[in-house]
Design a protein around this ligand. Structure first.
Ligand code: AMP
Ligand code: GLY
Length: 427
């Protein structure tokens, strides 16, 4: 089948790599893509915001499956517009996409379906928010309701700080995303990510990972989209995965189906492992970036066939999901300045990074006028390797990092530290 992949980051490079290698994929198109994706797909100039153009392209090129990488086109309703034209899409429709598009929607759904999560109140004005704040204790968790590119969450340590942040939010700091704000109870515990595929009815667990959101070593400094990840996440034991499925994911998918918003795609549950058990922090309606890179590094099988089955309600007859037992670990190399204003145009030479089986996924790269590889974004490369433990995967990933010449780049040197510490140097 012919497939169209939408997106331009490291997540999409990893998906393109696996889709292109799938026996059931005849031709892979990607828009807007990047130089790494171009090694596996035909790059086409298509704007995911122009639904008519995407539909016309699919008809002209006999595209049978559209795989949507990022959340914004899904929240904007691209999936149902394509489905209305008979084109299968990996990704939920506008209704179910609210799981990521509106924090308040998700919290209300958790309440209706009795899903464990932090206590919360939705507020629609500064007055309401200040008054709701009185019913919470520090630290205060304040979330802009809508999509805010991962930046809409403030953890305030004092009441004054919280009041100030709320004023800024209602003043438009996050644009229209902040016209509603959810105030939440702070949950204590370790965070981990759990992925599941759903075709609207059937749900298949699709692996675990742990991300590193802060820019600096030791989890310090500002939040980012993620500076590195590994999969699987051993803290998510089989028993915890069972609970997360039973108490969080299954009731979510069932409730959405009952409410005529079937979930077709990957559901990414951000979980807090609290003393009382796993609780939902947030949902994403797409693969994580860079979590997808480590999942794809371990995935075995025909990804195109699996995602198509997910898109068409056929997971019941799909081949079982298989992952390598190895751990995969990815290190994000970012451009100086990230997560503020990243320096553009820095030269990159990949050298021998991939000789020992590592993969370098392109996240924010471009080719300059002389067709040399340069940085063109905040997160630039995802250097990904496998090993029989986190410690081993970590050392293979950093060996590949050290083979790369990117003078304007930097990375954290401690990706995987929690598990490496728990493994105590075991390999
Ligand atoms: P979110 O965008 O909802 O994932 O929030 C971003 C980050 O804020 C999460 O990854 C957590 O580290 C933190 N966070 C969000 N909600 C809570 C909460 N209720 N309690 C503690 N930490 C939270
Ligand atoms: N790495 C976090 C995310 O994709 O949301």
């Amino acid at each position: 089948m012919n497939i169209l992949l939408l997106g331009s980051g490291g997540r999409e490079h990893a998906l393109a790599w696996k889709l292109a290698a799938a026996p059931s994929c005849s031709r892979l198109f990607a828009a807007p893509g990047n130089p790494g994706i171009a090694e596996h797909a035909d790059i086409v100039a298509l704007d995911a915001g122009d639904h008519k153009a995407v539909i016309a392209f699919c008809h002209q090129n006999a595209v049978e499956l559209v795989v949507v990488g990022p959340e914004a086109p899904l929240v904007a309703g691209l999936a149902e517009d394509l489905r209305a034209e008979g084109i299968a899409v990996f990704g939920p429709g506008k209704g179910a996409a609210q799981l990521e598009g509106s924090k308040g929607f998700t919290k209300d759904l958790c309440k209706r379906a009795n899903i464990p999560t932090a206590k919360y109140e939705r507020t629609a004005s500064l007055e309401e928010a200040w008054s709701a704040l009185k019913r919470f204790d520090a630290p205060f968790v304040l979330k802009a309701d809508g999509l805010a590119a991962g930046k809409g969450v403030v953890i305030a340590h004092t009441r004054e700080e919280a009041q100030h942040a709320l004023s800024e939010m209602f003043d438009g700091k996050f644009g229209s995303a902040g016209s509603e704000v959810v105030i939440e109870e702070f949950m204590h515990g370790e965070e981990a990510s759990f992925f599941a595929l759903s075709d609207g009815e059937i749900i298949l667990p699709f692996g675990t990972a742990q991300d590193h959101k802060r820019v600096g070593e030791g989890d310090t400094g500002p939040n980012t989209g993620g500076m590195g990840a590994y999969s699987p996440a051993p803290v998510l034991t089989d028993a915890l995965i069972d609970r997360a499925m039973r108490e969080v994911v299954v009731p979510t998918v069932r409730t959405l189906a009952e409410e005529k918003m079937p979930y077709r795609g990957v559901l990414y549950a951000g979980l807090m492992l609290t003393k009382e058990g796993p609780k939902l922090v947030e949902y994403n309606i797409r693969f994580g970036d860079p979590e997808c890179q480590v999942l794809m590094m371990r995935f075995e099988g025909d990804l195109a066939k699996l995602l198509k089955a997910c898109a068409t309600g056929d997971l019941a007859t799909a081949d079982p999901v298989r992952f390598s037992d190895d751990t995969a670990l990815t290190v994000v190399m970012a451009a100086e300045g990230y997560p503020g204003t990243p320096k553009k145009g820095g030269s990159i030479a990949l050298g021998d990074a991939e000789v020992d089986g590592a993969k370098v996924f392109h996240a924010g790269t471009a080719l300059d006028d002389s067709r040399a590889l340069v940085a063109s974004g905040g997160r630039v490369l995802n250097v990904t390797a496998r090993g029989s433990s986190v410690t081993e995967a970590q050392s293979a990933a950093y060996k590949a990092v050290d083979a790369i010449t990117f003078p304007d780049g930097f990375c954290r040197r401690d990706i995987g530290w929690r598990e490496v510490e728990r493994e105590g140097g075991r390999v």
